[in-house]
Design a protein around this ligand. Structure first.
Ligand code: HSE
Length: 435
């Protein structure tokens, strides 16, 4: 059997999981790969008690792995973008294939790294960068290759989904649940990446590029986090038959344009994806031929992510020592045939809307609001008004609209907020029916 040497850089949660799963399932993995896969060199500053690396060579300097002539595939699991980018570039320039779980690295520097890979006739594989153990990149690049993709919607940050689930089911406050998510190890080192949607934006950009064959454009994603979602809105949404999920959404629009956005979204409770709770991830993809499809599983965690890392190691091992760029295009489209779609500004995107308006309890208020909305060319799908709470003068009016352009609803909201009988700012959350 051909032997393929793997160099693993980083022995944290995912690195130790990769080592353990490869060791435990070695004979099956070898049989499936058709070659002998050996971790020959580890780059890590310290041992990890979660795995027994035995006699494997360990270097404190990770660049020793990238410069080791014996290593065929470098597995980058150190995270971050600065050192990781230098490490990956060095490995590629040294003619090594790279496998990485680093979503920020691919989303922000993928175009550049793919070019270096191409020039050196090697490849960068990144299945583990999106949605942990769910093989969504293989599904898009291979399983759905016959389709023109219409849209993709994903719950792609486990921490955010855990927070929203706990708020809905247990009425807990945002801050309280976030602390628990950090303690359980779900959150990123900087948890604002989770709650402000940056982590999801990294993953969405990658998925959108593969779905539509467009270059990676992280700077163009509209990103809104979940930190402003209150338990009140989670409960009203529930009453209207909706769940609030933090979604990454990309949709193909007319005239070679795409929407690329991450934000809290109301979705009908009868959609399967609405019942994806806790830290689980799910991605719905609609292809013109296959219709809607759904991919569900653990989006984070040591061995779940290792599952995707090893899938890439096996895939690349099968191709090792061949010229692979033409066989495995990095974004699923040959690099000469990438599309140049425009990413639409958020004002040009279309969704339905949930609005919560605090108003004085007096005649004519509702009709003035309805008039403004109708003058903006937007129709109202549902409306509820709550009794004022004891000792309070203001009542809540909750509206669901039909699909409208973002700029039209923003204009209508500004006018409604100017009404004398309307108090404070209107809460607005986008709604997707996923049809
Ligand atoms: N912080 C990420 C999440 C980890 O919560 O989904 C996996 O990318």
């Amino acid at each position: 059997m051909k032997r393929v040497n793997i160099g693993v850089c980083g022995l944290g949660t995912v690195g130790s999981g990769t080592f353990n799963v490869l060791t435990r399932n070695l004979s099956t993995i070898r049989a499936r790969a058709g070659c002998e896969i050996v971790i020959s060199h580890i780059g890590a500053r310290r041992d990890n008690p979660a795995c027994n690396t035995g006699g494997t060579r360990i270097s404190k300097d990770i660049f020793a792995v990238a410069n080791d002539p014996e290593v065929d595939i470098l597995v980058e699991l150190i995270g971050g973008v600065t050192v990781a980018k230098d490490l990956v570039a060095t490995a590629l320039q040294n003619g090594k294939h790279v496998v990485t779980a680093n979503k920020a690295l691919i989303a922000e520097f993928g175009n550049e790294l793919f070019e270096i890979a191409k020039q050196n006739s090697v490849t960068v594989s990144y299945e583990a960068a999106v949605a942990g153990g769910i093989p969504i990149i293989s599904a898009l690049r291979e399983g759905l290759v016959a389709n023109s993709i219409e849209w993709l919607v994903g719950i792609i940050n486990g921490t955010g989904n855990f927070i929203l689930t706990e708020m809905r089911d247990k009425g807990r406050d945002f801050e309280d649940v976030l602390k628990e998510a950090q303690a359980l190890g779900y959150a990123e080192a900087d948890p604002t990446f989770d709650v402000e949607g940056i982590d999801a934006a990294h993953k969405l950009v990658i998925l959108s590029s593969i779905a539509f064959g467009i270059p990676l454009q992280f700077d163009k994603v509209f990103t809104e986090g979940i930190s402003k979602i209150s338990t009140i809105d989670v409960n009203y949404a529930d009453e209207l038959g909706y769940s609030i999920k933090h979604l990454g959404i990309t949709r193909r629009r007319e005239n070679n344009a795409v929407e690329l956005r991450v934000h809290p979204t109301l979705i009908p409770k009868n959609q399967i994806i609405a019942s994806v709770d806790g830290v689980m991830n799910a991605i719905m993809v609609k292809g013109d031929a296959v219709g809607p499809t759904l991919y569900y599983g653990a989006g984070a965690g040591s061995e779940a992510t290792a599952s995707a890392v090893i899938a890439d190691i096996v895939r690349v091992s099968r191709l090792c020592k061949e010229t692979v760029e033409s066989n495995v295009p990095h974004l699923g489209f040959s690099s000469e045939c990438l599309n140049s779609f425009d990413v639409l500004p958020i004002e040009e995107t279309q969704t339905s809307y949930y609005l919560r308006i605090s108003v004085e309890d007096k005649p004519g208020v509702l009709s003035s609001i309805a008039q403004i909305i109708s003058q903006a060319g937007i129709s109202i799908e549902a409306l509820i008004q709550k009794e004022p709470r004891e000792g309070q003068d203001l009542v809540s009016v909750i509206l669901l609209t039909n699909r409208a352009l973002e700029r039209d609803i923003i204009g209508a909201i500004e006018k409604i907020e100017d009404l004398d009988s309307v108090a404070g700012k209107i809460v607005r959350i986008r709604v997707e029916l996923l049809k």
